[in-house]
Ligand binder design. Structure first.
Ligand code: SF4
Length: 275
């Protein structure tokens, strides 16, 4: 059995940066919190917890010390609230997420009806929504209730697929409006991982996509691979790998989401090769 690993997979720069920033804080000996899981990978979160990082769900849970804002960002009002309570804030929001936030603020401030191509429940989208007050979030196809909007401004959740983004923009272009402004805020790390995964899925007999089940970008990689028709498994670690998954397969492909560390990928490949 041959094992091929996607040439672009695993940690992106935004995730690596957030983990390094949190790690430096853990070394200070202060009380360190992250508002929501720092990244969407339970195994990494477990390790960070062992180093002293506590995940909190709401700003009220932090009593004193440092609160790290995760790579997905947080609403400005929450950051201000934390600061006003005397907490130190370390903002590990990915710069590319910040760019999407900034575009949304600009559009809303200029009076555009903002459309976010993304998942309404994703923390990145929720933070933008809370910041700008009102927007239409759409995952697929054009939103139907926008005919009354004269000026429409579009951005994307950074981990969307370019295809989904294009579909929404094309659909919007058919509505009755005066102006349509489009900012493609999908990050290049996402696009690179999606392209590499698709290219690999077409050359193998089975695909493994590694990453947190709560990771949107990993789930999207799995959907893309699955859509090629190749049997696809979305797993978190090698502990979930069984010999039946590769039975009769000659060539096996492995990819991983942007929040999956190298050690999980290496461990998985080693286990595959030992089957
Ligand atoms: S996937 Fe892109 S936007 Fe998200 S943290 Fe990584 S580099 Fe930043």
């Amino acid at each position: 059995m041959r094992v091929l690993v996607a040439d672009k997979c695993g940690f992106c720069f935004g995730v690596r940066r957030a983990i390094e920033m949190a790690g430096r804080q853990c070394d200070t000996g202060k009380r360190i919190y992250s508002l929501g899981p720092l990244i969407h990978n339970p195994q990494v979160i477990e390790r960070l917890h062992a180093d002293g990082l506590t995940v909190i769900d709401s700003p009220d849970e932090a009593e004193s010390g440092v609160v790290v804002i995760r790579s997905h960002g947080a609403p400005s009002s929450v950051i201000e609230e934390l600061k006003s309570r005397g907490l130190e804030v370390v903002d590990a929001t990915c710069p590319l997420v910040k760019r999407a936030q900034q575009r949304a603020r600009e559009l809303a401030g200029a009076g555009y009806r903002v459309v976010i191509v993304g998942q309404p429940e994703h923390p990145e989208v929720k933070a933008i929504l809370e910041d700008i007050g009102e927007a239409t979030v759409v995952e697929n196809g054009p939103p139907k209730l926008l005919n009354a909007a004269r000026r429409i401004g579009v951005i994307a959740q950074t981990t969307q697929t370019p295809e989904a983004f294009r579909r929404v923009v094309v659909g919007l272009s058919e509505l009755d409006f005066e102006e349509l402004r489009v900012y493609n805020t999908i990050c290049s790390a996402t696009v690179d991982r999606q392209r590499a995964a698709l290219g690999l899925a077409r050359r193998v007999d089975v695909m493994f996509v590694l990453g947190g089940r709560n990771s949107a970008n990993t789930a999207r990689l799995a959907q893309l691979c699955d859509a090629t028709g190749v049997p696809t498994f979305h797993l978190e670690t090698s502990a979930e790998l069984t010999p039946e998954m590769t039975a009769g397969r000659q060539v096996v492909g492995v990819t991983a989401g942007a929040s999956t560390p190298a050690w999980i990928i290496e461990d998985f490949v080693a286990k595959l090769e030992s089957l």
